[in-house]
Design a protein around this ligand. Structure first.
Ligand code: DGL
Length: 268
């Protein structure tokens, strides 16, 4: 057993959707969350920049003595996961493989849509991961960069969100996909609008749920689960204004974010 915290990072607040699932499935684990709010979005950046940013986030979390790291950001998972595994000697989990696995269990007609940032979709990480698990799967990836801004501005239930979703998802509807991977931390917050556009017969896959299951298994396997039953401690760090994170993040978490601090990530 190991009572040190789990480290989670994302480019911003979106990774709280992953933290929430982990907190639910591992209710006694302490968590250190880092949101790189000064440098969001990662999804429009180059591979080199995304790897550099992800490594800095990992170094920061390691400086807080975490026992394992979850890359909550889909973009960083798609572009920097393999490199991180090579570079750091700590258990690391991304969201792509767990998300791909969840998809395979859901589809009936083998037509799967994946939506994510431009970098995630262009990397082909989800598409190839799904195809490696199911050779006959037809996977269509669509980049939906505007969704991040819509969620950041709290517009997820507006007409703007609906019209944008109709435009982005048209091709997936034409292809008759029966499963849609929400391949970006922000998209579970748009779930209602996405489901309205795709229709209720289409299963929406949130990789966060499967990721939480996998981190639990990984910690168990490596004998790293905590043995305390105390109320867990969550410490949050950001690279930009903590107050915005406290406000919007509190809404996502449905509870007050108490311990939050700004850090200078560029120096790592
Ligand atoms: N967190 C990112 C992801 O899941 C979305 C926001 C960004 O572009 O940084 O891909």
């Amino acid at each position: 057993m190991d009572n040190r915290p789990i480290g989670i990072f994302d480019s911003g607040i979106g990774g709280l959707t992953v933290l929430k699932e982990i907190a639910e499935q591992l209710p006694h684990e302490d968590i250190i969350y880092f949101g790189d709010t000064a440098r969001i979005p990662y999804g429009t950046k180059s591979r080199e920049t995304i790897i550099k940013y992800a490594f800095q986030c990992i170094k920061f979390l390691l400086s807080k003595n975490v026992k394992a790291i979850v890359i909550a950001c889909n973009t960083a998972s798609a572009l920097a996961y393999e490199e991180a595994l090579q570079a750091f000697d700590v258990p690391i989990l991304g969201v792509i493989q767990p998300g791909a696995k969840a998809t395979i269990n859901k589809t009936k007609n083998n037509k799967i849509g994946v939506i994510g940032t431009t970098a995630t979709i262009n990397s082909d990480a989800y598409q190839s991961s799904i195809r490696s698990l199911n050779k006959s799967a037809e996977v269509i990836g669509i980049a939906c960069p505007l969704f991040v801004q819509i969620v950041e501005d709290g517009w997820e239930d507006t007409d703007v969100a609906l019209i944008t979703a109709e435009k982005y998802l048209m091709e997936l509807k034409e292809h008759n996909v029966d499963t849609l991977v929400l391949g970006c931390t922000h998209y579970p917050i748009l779930r209602y609008t996405l489901s309205k556009v795709m229709g209720e017969k289409v299963s929406l896959v949130n990789p966060a749920f499967e990721t939480a299951k996998e981190i639990k298994n990984l910690l168990k396997q490596k004998d790293l689960l905590t043995d305390t039953t105390d109320k867990p401690i969550y410490n949050y760090y950001v690279s930009d204004d903590p107050e915005k994170f406290r406000r919007i993040g509190g809404n996502i978490m449905n509870k007050n974010i108490v311990s939050i601090e700004k850090v200078d990530i560029e120096t790592l």
